[in-house]
Design a protein around this ligand. Sequence first.
Ligand SMILES: CC(=O)SCCNC(=O)CCNC(=O)[C@H](O)C(C)(C)COP(=O)(O)OP(=O)(O)OC[C@H]1O[C@@H](n2cnc3c(N)ncnc32)[C@H](O)[C@@H]1OP(=O)(O)O
Ligand SMILES: CC(C)C(=O)C(=O)O
Length: 567
Amino acid sequence: MPMLKDPSIKYRKFPSMNLPNRQWPSKSLDKAPRWLATDLRDGNQSLPDPMSVAEKELYFAKLVEIGYKEIEVAFPSASQIDFDFTRSVVAKAPDDVWVQVLSPCREELIRRTIESLKGAKKAIVHLYLATSECFRRIVFGMSEDESVQLAVRCTKLVRSLTKEDPSNAGTEWQYEFSPETFSDTSPEFVVRICEAVKNAWGPSEDNKIIFNLPATVEMSTPNVYADQIEYFCTNISERNKICVSVHPHNDRGCAVAASELAQLAGADRVEGCLFGNGERTGNVDLVTLALNLYTQGVSPNVDFSDIISVIKVVEQCNKIPVPDRAPYGGQLVVSAFSGSHQDAIKKGFNDREEIVKAATDSGEISTPDAVKWQLPYLPLDPKDIGRTYEAVIRVNSQSGKGGAAWIILTQLGLDLPRGLQIAFSKIVQREAEVVGRELKGSEIEALFRKEYISNGFVLKEYDIVRVDEQSRKFVGSVEFDGREIMLSGVGNGPISSFTDALSNGFGVKVEVWDYKEHAIGQGSNVRASTFIEIRVDGKEKRWGVGIHEDVVQASILSILSSFAAFL
Ligand SMILES: CC(=O)SCCNC(=O)CCNC(=O)[C@H](O)C(C)(C)COP(=O)(O)OP(=O)(O)OC[C@H]1O[C@@H](n2cnc3c(N)ncnc32)[C@H](O)[C@@H]1OP(=O)(O)O
Ligand SMILES: CC(C)C(=O)C(=O)O
């Protein structure tokens, strides 16, 4: 039995914190944190095939374009690639971007790390040392005191090689210390070691020390992590000289929630990777965090207007696909296949169009974006991240009438009447079942044209004349199957005179059952689209569609389309 009936004999429950006066539950997120993108370090170190220098350059440029101002670019002491890349970034980074690098608390590696930053405009040196009992015992064999001494010694070394070294005066320095495995470390010990590191570095209000408190392994529910962060924020001294950073991993799948609650608990900065790449289950996903803020009306200070190009770079450099269901970015995220979702979304877009039009006409708004977003099933306007509305509604055998109707509306500009939607939906569903897959927009359009627009008729010369107040006469001819057929009929209007003419010409009884029309386009380009449902000799009714500059001719074409199917 691989899984235990009673897992408590093997696994410990993570203890919750006794923090009766916790404040974070009643706070809300109303501003973006400082972001640190660690794709090129934590993300890169977890890849089966780490990035080449060219890939790192491409990725770095994308992070800058998105708007990240603090980027952890490498572990320079790890490899020549990381060292060389750091050198190239130092030479090229924009003036407002902080270049961050990581090193363990080992003297020779710290020296090499700082060497890689020579000449940087803005640099953050980041040291880490695991502080949990588990790591101190198993990995280092170190007591708490020994850990504190090592952290202090290495911090002093960084200080002497950076801000105290006159040859490095041209660089603006920040220092970050991570008590690695924070999430599993006694909160009291974290405060103790960070106090000692703070004294060794000597931060100021203008040049804060960054204490990064990682959930190196996510061990608890996010509320416990938030408690740990709040405990640190309220117990560390000189909080005004400290930037509290968080670095959640996603082992329990809660990294986004953990980051958000940690910010409520006092964190000022968040470290993560685009689309959550990183060790094991990944670092927290920076895209989700940013767009979670955005969809609450809070500017994230980073720009995902062109999410498709971001995904392209991430996939190319990581060589790992971004899942189709990744929050916000995944390519299926703004797509609805199922009938009731499509119906609601289609109604939502119609509703929004009406509200926007009314508000624009009344001069209330100058841009459609000033109307608050409220659309069933879509928390984010897909166009804000560069997705098109065409991608929103997709059609397979689970789709209802709204899906195909939306495709026809967006591709042909035809707003199908309800009856025609229902009829067309059956045809689309049958086809989707036959091919056993999603139908592309072009396939749906082709089905529609074949069913409702094309017909074997050529309409030749015709005339509709007024006989008297109540009646009109249709006289003309059509070509069908290589034959010319003369048509003549009388009715109380153009449509009934034409159906009478068809009935006479083909020896059948044509009845009009339903009629709808609307204009397509505007100004001199306006055309009429006419939807007419007819019945011939009492058989099953059929819809036809006609499009023409002249509304009467559009009706005639529409009737011919459906009539052809009865022959
Ligand atoms: C949570 C994180 O993501 S931490 C960042 C992890 N990233 C990486 O490790 C990527 C780059 N790393 C490397 O290239 C290599 O590990 C190097 C260059 C840093 C070191 O290589 P090596 O000297 O061969 O050591 P190795 O890889 O075996 O590392 C383990 C050693 O580092 C020690 N160590 C681990 N973390 C730390 C730390 N934060 N500070 C000081 N020493 C540390 C271990 O105790 C162990 O020491 P030991 O050999 O005396 O037992
Ligand atoms: C180095 C630290 C911040 C880290 O990557 C982690 O704890 O996950």
